[in-house]
Design a protein around this ligand. Structure first.
Ligand code: NZQ
Ligand code: ZN
Length: 388
């Protein structure tokens, strides 16, 4: 196990009617916020009305900025920065999923910075501070409610890039599983694929002596495997929604990743898909991950056999390589059974830009992708081809 420092300062308020506390939580910081949200879901569900009522009761005024889209755009971030400066706002309340939270974080790092916020995503500037961000979470998926990252799309350049710093963890995350009852099946399932991917990016490691975090990873994966079908069958099953929501947050606050080298190659490969084709992030990962596994499993057959046995209940009587392949097959089958695509063509992604995507992903082969197995442009291209 490697040395590590772990600190996650996000206060979690979890459970039924948790959003009723939003006024009190915000008031502890400020009496004026930027209220940031996405499309129509929070208005349809009545969440918008409840949140704004609690803010008013607490004496908190708000300027609204809705319209965040999945794969959130830098243009709206710039608008948010402008609004915060104009109205002297020093706190952002994100009501939504990963896209809204990431957009809020981007605004939060952009306001105190003199240059253009995209500099942070291009790694041209170092993030030193972020305005405090509070979250009311409506979809378990990205884990941004506790993570220290933000992923933003520059629509003009067809680039989707991440920026991260410890100061980017939200101050609080209000998590009521009931708020996820209204999620369409596709979003529920895609969100769970993202959660599983966050665990597996950490699980497939070359670091030895990480049995405790291996087992945390495996039980997080098993929690999703058990509860996703229940939530798809009965969207209002509170306990299934609660298990998924908590697992999703723990999957990406890095508790499961400490002390080990982490891979993140699939996220890099998926970001090329969503940057160009605007696909749902989790659905994209459900296509790249099994292809990546088939491409790299020989690097550490024993680890893939462990994954197969402990996560997918593959019988240990088989040879390790057979177990490894059976584990990957069961994972793929699970994705399909949850109603998601398992190929790029099912995602409506043609093969004509694979080479360009592989080049962009590796910055013209100047950057290695992942580290469990180090991938070059030709490897990324092979994986896209295996997934097509
Ligand atoms: O916009 P509205 O109308 O709210 O609809 C949203 C959106 O269309 C809908 N939705 C959300 N909650 C709902 C709901 N519909 C009905 N009922 C509800 N309760 O779901 C759609 C997807 O929302 P989005 O926020 O995009 O989902 P998600 O949380 O999966 O976020 C995806 C983004 O997070 C980034 C991804 O790249 C992607 O851009 N990620 C961020 C990470 C981070 N900051 O640490 C890590 C992740 O790996 C990921 O990359
Ligand atoms: Zn992700």
């Amino acid at each position: 196990m490697e040395n590590f420092t772990f600190q996650c300062a996000t206060k979690v308020i979890f459970g039924r009617q948790a959003e009723e506390q939003v006024g009190k939580e915000v008031k502890a910081y400020t009496d004026k916020v930027l209220l940031h949200f996405g499309g129509s879901s929070i208005k349809k569900s009545g969440l918008y009305d409840r949140v704004t009522a609690r803010l008013r009761e607490a004496g908190v005024s708000y300027i609204e900025l809705g319209g965040v889209v999945p794969n959130p755009r830098v243009s709206l971030v710039r608008e948010g920065i402008r609004l915060c400066r104009e109205h002297n706002i020093r706190f952002i309340l994100a009501v939504g999923g990963g896209s809204v939270i990431d957009s809020a974080k981007a605004i939060g790092i952009g306001v105190p910075y003199d240059g253009d916020v995209w500099d942070f995503y291009m790694k041209k500037a170092e993030i030193k501070e972020m305005l405090p961000v509070g979250v009311v979470l409506t979809i378990p998926a990205a884990g941004s409610e506790q993570s220290h990252n933000s992923v933003i799309t520059n629509e003009d350049e067809q680039l989707k890039l991440g920026a991260g710093a410890q100061c980017m963890r939200p101050q609080f995350a209000i998590m009521n599983p009931e708020l996820t009852f209204t999620l369409p099946a596709y979003q529920t399932a895609s969100g769970c694929m993202d959660i599983m991917a966050h665990v597996m990016e950490r699980y497939f490691t070359n670091t030895r002596g990480v049995d405790f975090t291996d087992r945390l990873c495996e039980s997080t994966l098993k929690t999703i495997i058990k509860n996703l079908p229940i939530a798809l069958e009965n969207p209002e099953d509170y306990n299934a929604r609660a298990e998924i929501m908590w697992a999703g947050s723990i999957a990406h606050n890095n508790l499961l990743g400490v002390g080990r080298e982490q891979d993140w190659g699939n996220h890099a490969m998926e970001h090329e898909l969503s940057a160009i084709y605007d696909v749902t992030h989790g659905a994209g990962l459900g296509v790249t991950f099994p292809a990546w596994m088939r491409y790299v499993y020989k690097h550490d057959v024993a680890r893939f056999a462990q994954f197969a046995a402990r996560v997918w209940d593959v019988e240990t009587m088989y040879a390790p390589e057979e177990m490894a392949l059976e584990g990957i097959r069961r994972y793929s089958e699970f994705i399909r059974a949850c109603g998601l695509p398992t190929t790029l063509s099912e995602l409506k992604i043609p093969g004509d830009r694979f080479e360009e995507m592989a080049r962009k992903c590796t910055r013209d082969d100047t950057r290695v992708v992942g580290c469990f197995v180090r991938l070059y442009a030709k490897d990324v291209l092979n994986i896209y081809n295996m997934a097509k």
